[in-house]
Design a protein around this ligand. Structure first.
Ligand SMILES: Cc1cc2nc3c(=O)[nH]c(=O)nc-3n(C[C@H](O)[C@H](O)[C@H](O)COP(=O)(O)OP(=O)(O)OC[C@H]3O[C@@H](n4cnc5c(N)ncnc54)[C@H](O)[C@@H]3O)c2cc1C
Length: 418
């Protein structure tokens, strides 16, 4: 069976669902295909942050050197699985080339613009009746257990202040005012008041459901298996549930986008960067943090998830598509929890989760029209910030499709830049 559609979106994560809603609202006939269920990928188990203050790209001076040192430590937060792989080698080469102060600052400008506009859109979405996703603006508290990370946190705070962010340095008394039940030994921290958090699964499902309510067709358990092209454009898309003839195709398949991009003849550089999380059911009302915490020394995020749960997460592994979970790393994450919060010895934990961040070499997403395939638009590569950038990505893609001036300059996010 062949179905004609105006727009076909591939992928039902936060990016695909946001794009479906914005394009439907722009009056387009939208079909979204998802190979599993809505929110089956990275959008499900992440750290839940709308990270307004995270504007320094993953590619920063010194990161690769630190990563190479950590490679031999199975409990480290950053790991590259040694292997011979041409795509990974090219990715690492471009990653290293992006790790300069100048490129980091240029990247930060774009990420800050995306953050700022997304926060605005989150506020509007959260105020809509029927869109429930637990959006809370309670800031983010970075905690430092050692002098080394206090200095690093202060340095980053200084850069962010220079970019116009409100960042507050705190001593123990200041920390206790925000998070009264901290363990001894946590003596300093940095507070980013503009940060928010939410339930990412509720968000993604709510966006998809709202898009469907407003006219989009959402097809789950429908995997894209191939593309037919005609004169430099996609003429047909084959899926496990039939063939589609779209006018425009939006590639929003998260870490899997690079596989599909290669198939369609518009390759992009992107690596699946695996991370872990564990969701905990609170044993008492005051177990867990009152607001999002970042333990800088071990790179562990701890976030309240509704009234009854919290989640801790960490790790960035470049190990290809391998969902396995390293128990040593999980134990390190739990130790970080115990180092900063009391009452963490006995935890009612769900099974650990792993997911793949779609990571580009320079830490900026790919948002824009392909230069190789005329009716293909990329909306992927959001790395550590896909939840944060969901709504603004949806808006930017709708502006591209409808030929409006994009709200943010797209040039730095050009899909063909590597
Ligand atoms: C541990 C961890 C913590 C994180 N914390 C945060 C955070 O606090 N804040 C933040 O902003 N970001 C965070 N992120 C990053 C964020 O989760 C991702 O950037 C974001 O979820 C990517 O969304 P996506 O829609 O592009 O991809 P995904 O959510 O992975 O969705 C892609 C979808 O495409 C589908 N798909 C794949 N192939 C096909 C196909 N052939 N046909 C049809 N469908 C297909 C998949 O099934 C999947 O559902 C974190 C990530 C991790 C791993």
């Amino acid at each position: 069976m062949t179905t004609k559609t105006d727009i076909l979106i591939i992928g039902g994560g936060v990016i695909g669902a946001s794009t479906a809603l914005f394009l439907t609202r722009a009056g387009r006939q939208v079909t979204l295909v998802e190979k599993a269920d809505i929110c089956a990928g990275a959008s499900h188990g992440n750290a839940c942050w709308v990270a307004a203050g995270y504007a320094l790209p993953t590619a920063a001076p010194g990161v690769l050197g630190q990563g190479l040192k950590w490679m031999f430590d199975s409990g480290s937060p950053f790991y590259i699985k040694p292997r011979i792989n041409l795509d990974l080698t090219r990715w690492l080469w471009h990653f290293q080339a992006s790790c300069t102060d100048a490129k980091m600052m240029k990247g930060a400008e774009t990420l800050l613009r995306l953050n700022g506009q997304s926060i605005q859109l989150f506020r509007e979405l959260a105020a809509e009746a029927g869109l429930e996703f637990g959006y809370v603006e309670a800031g983010l508290l970075h905690l430092h257990l050692s002098e080394k990370y206090r200095k690093a946190g202060e340095k980053e705070a200084e850069i962010m202040r220079g970019l116009g962010m409100n960042v507050i340095s705190l001593d123990r008394d200041g920390l206790e005012e925000l998070e009264p039940k901290l363990q001894e030994g946590v003596e300093s921290g940095v507070f980013y008041p503009e940060h928010a958090h939410l339930n990412p699964t509720h968000l993604t499902k709510a966006l998809a459901a709202q898009a469907e309510k407003e006219g989009a067709t959402i097809l789950t358990h429908t995997a894209v298996t191939g593309f037919q092209k005609d004169g430099g454009r996609i003429s047909q898309i084959d899926t496990t549930k039939g063939t589609f003839e779209p006018q425009e195709v939006i590639l929003a398949a998260g870490a899997w986008s690079s596989i599909l991009a290669k198939q369609v003849g518009a390759p992009i550089l992107m690596e699946p960067a695996k991370g872990y999380s564990v969701t905990v059911k609170k044993r008492s009302a005051d177990q867990g943090p009152t607001r999002p915490l970042a333990v800088d020394d071990s790179k562990v995020a701890i976030t309240p998830l509704g009234k009854d749960h919290f989640r801790y997460s960490s790790t960035l592994e470049l190990a290809g598509f391998d969902p396995s979970i390293n128990p040593t790393r999980l134990a390190v994450n739990k130790k970080a929890l115990q180092a900063v919060l009391p009452d963490m010895e006995v935890l009612d934990e769900e099974a650990p989760w792993s997911g793949y961040r779609p990571l580009t070499p320079d830490g900026l997403p790919y948002i824009g029209r392909s230069e190789r395939v005329s009716n293909l638009i990329f909306a992927t590569g959001h790395g550590m910030l896909g939840v944060t950038h969901g709504p603004i990505t949806g808006k930017l893609v709708s502006e591209i499709v409808t030929g409006q001036e994009p709200s943010i300059k797209l040039e730095p996010m050009r899909p063909d830049r590597f």
